[in-house]
Design a protein around this ligand. Structure first.
Ligand code: GDD
Ligand code: MG
Length: 352
């Protein structure tokens, strides 16, 4: 059976000012009245797999516990990272823990910032990859691209897309620049990497042993030195401090050659920035989305949002603009700058 690893320790800075250090995007109510984390936990619970291993940051452990309860979902273990080290160490730590009970456990690394409405289609796609993953490949899920998105990884297929069986991968390219992305889309043999991976624990650990031996050693020390803490498991802080910060895509996926791709045609969206939120919030006939106490007059292709009851946002004559107001910060930006909003956070944190 499949054990999900639910990743929920990211900072989500591209969704500032709603996504904050104290409440990153996956725990915030970005769309609808449930957080993405709750939605993800509920989705996994509905699929009747094993209870997930949840990996999160120290500051988010009570959010995880509360939101799990809201979603009526359970965890096999809530693993706490003393500090964020990006996805490669988080996934590896969970895999090493899973190996303690079953060295070859089948694991599904799943992000908590995705919007997937059709749980059954998602479950079916994962089932399509099970046999291939049990055979020793790392399976990833490929989405047909619709725009030259620079926030995703791209999967270059060795053969044309057909049916729903696992296809061999020629090359994995993480977050290309816009020209490269456009060329890959024009070429027609690329899919977006959904960022969801299915693999046997021993296969992943072996990939780290080959390509990232230092990460394997340091993460193993942190796992071995972990302590129980009121229903949580806390990685050893000193050992974790030695771990390199890197995503699974750069650390492993770009380097290995036994990746297989299962095409996924169900609905899927990474709510990574305000442009994605605008797109997924069903813009009106002028392309306008308003959230909370926000009004648009003569605007087009814009996103206006107030998360503070006392603050009315009014946009006039705007085109391609995003305005996001919270209690203590307001973002006003051109929509084409959505991917750069994290720079605003960098600048503000330097100011102190
Ligand atoms: N526990 C933990 N610790 N989780 C983390 C950390 C960390 O340090 N950093 C990120 N995460 C979580 C995020 O909360 C999110 O749920 C998931 O891991 C993926 O991280 P993102 O930061 O959202 O990655 P991305 O969207 O830029 O890129 C990945 O996903 C894309 C599709 O959504 C890559 O896999 C791309 O190739 C892929 O296209
Ligand atoms: Mg993401």
């Amino acid at each position: 059976n499949i054990t999900p690893i639910l990743l929920s320790g990211g900072a989500g800075t591209r969704l500032w000012p709603v996504s904050r250090r104290v409440l990153p995007k996956q725990f915030a109510k970005l769309i609808g009245d449930e957080s993405l984390f709750s939605k993800a936990a509920r989705r996994l619970a509905e699929l009747n797999w094993e209870a997930p291993i949840i990996v999160t940051g120290d500051g988010y452990r009570f959010l995880v516990r509360d939101q799990l309860a809201e979603a009526k979902a359970e965890a096999r273990c809530i693993l706490i990272e003393p500090e964020g080290r990006n996805t490669a160490p988080a996934i590896l730590a969970a895999a090493l823990i899973a190996q303690e009970t079953d060295p070859k456990s089948l694991l599904l690394a799943a992000p908590s910032d995705h919007l997937i409405m059709d749980t059954n289609a998602f479950g079916d796609a994962v089932q399509c990859g099970v046999e291939t993953a049990l055979g020793g490949a790392i399976v990833t899920f490929g989405i047909t691209p619709t725009r030259p998105e620079t926030g995703y990884g791209y999967l270059e297929l060795a053969e044309a897309v057909g049916g729903s069986s696992a296809l061999p991968l020629k090359r994995f390219v993480e977050k290309p620049d816009v020209q490269t992305a456009a060329a890959m889309i024009a070429n027609g043999s690329h899919l977006w990497n959904a960022g969801i991976f299915l693999f046997r624990a021993d296969v992943l650990v072996k990939a780290f042993a080959t390509h990232q031996p230092d990460i394997l050693e340091t993460v193993r020390n942190a796992v071995q030195g972990r302590t129980k803490d009121l229903g949580f498991e806390r990685l050893d802080a000193d050992a974790w401090g030695q771990v390199e910060s890197i995503s699974i895509d750069y650390a492993i996926m770009e380097k290995i050659d036994h990746i297989k791709v299962v095409p996924y045609s169900g609905d899927w969206s990474d709510l990574g920035n305000w442009e994605a939120l605008w797109r997924e919030s069903e813009p009106d006939e002028h392309g306008v989305v308003t959230v909370g106490d926000a009004t648009a007059l003569d605007c087009s292709s814009s996103y206006l949002r107030s998360d503070d009851d006392r603050l009315a946002v009014v946009g006039m004559g705007l085109e391609n603009v995003m305005v996001v107001a919270t209690q203590d910060a307001v973002l006003v930006a051109d929509k084409s700058n959505a991917q750069q909003v994290k720079q605003a956070v960098d600048v503000l944190s330097k100011k102190g």
